[in-house]
Design a protein around this ligand. Structure first.
Ligand code: ATP
Ligand code: MG
Length: 201
């Protein structure tokens, strides 16, 4: 056998071992349940991942609802698309807190949009709920952890929930089934490029 043939044979054997491992892991994963996903970290890609998951679910005929905490006054490309596919939206339209400088008004807006979130999280006809930028409601103490925890724990068993936002509270990370942290390597904004339509919003 030539060196090349030997290399190929080793590669095949390695792939076969890997396939056996993956196949047995897949066979062992038999549980079906509504998942809680958290996408956190300081890199770009959290909300787009959340919306991508909603699009994936809707593509399978699932029903979905989106709650946007801390949403600026700019348009949201995903909303334009997903509303056409029956996805319900609830938006806390106060913008960022450093824009409003009015804590009482922010808390009031957070309360109002959270009531909508609670309705979605209690509705078994909704298969997936995206709570976009929810993490800030806890970091700013606009909503209580107990309330959020209660709604998540009591939701319909098959309902999937996706939470996005930086610096996610430890307790939500503990509660979640799947957690990803998006790391910032570099961002166009640091080089003076403004948020681009269709890419950033
Ligand atoms: P996206 O909505 O693009 O997935 P994101 O949800 O991960 O981004 P957020 O922290 O919610 O990020 O910030 C929203 C906006 O800020 C987006 O326009 C995004 O491009 C921009 N942004 C995200 N990360 C960074 C960063 N590290 N530096 C500068 N701007 C950022
Ligand atoms: Mg985001």
């Amino acid at each position: 056998m030539t060196t090349e043939q030997l290399k190929q044979q080793r590669h095949r054997e390695r792939q076969q071992r890997l396939k056996t491992q993956v196949d047995s892991a897949i066979a062992a994963a038999t549980d079906d349940k509504g998942l809680l996903l958290v996408i956190t970290g300081n890199g770009k890609g959290k909300s787009t991942s959340g919306f991508g998951t909603v699009a994936r679910a809707v593509g399978h005929g699932f029903t979905a609802a989106v709650v946007q905490f801390i949403k600026g006054s700019w348009e949201c490309g995903e909303r334009n698309l997903l509303e056409e596919h029956g996805v319900q939206f609830a938006v806390m339209a106060t913008g960022f807190t450093w824009d409003t400088q009015d804590k009482a008004a922010d808390i009031d807006a957070a309360e109002r949009v959270w009531l909508q979130a609670e309705r979605f999280l209690a509705d078994p006809s909704i298969d997936m709920v995206l709570l976009d930028e929810l993490t800030y409601m806890l970091s700013y103490h606009y909503l209580s952890l107990e309330r959020i925890e209660k709604a998540l724990l009591n939701r319909p068993v098959k309902q999937h929930v996706v939470i996005t936002g930086r610096a996610c509270h430890r307790r939500l990370i503990e509660l979640a089934d799947t957690v990803s942290e998006v790391q910032n390597v570099k961002h166009a904004f640091d080089h003076g490029i403004k948020a681009q339509r269709g890419v950033d919003w």
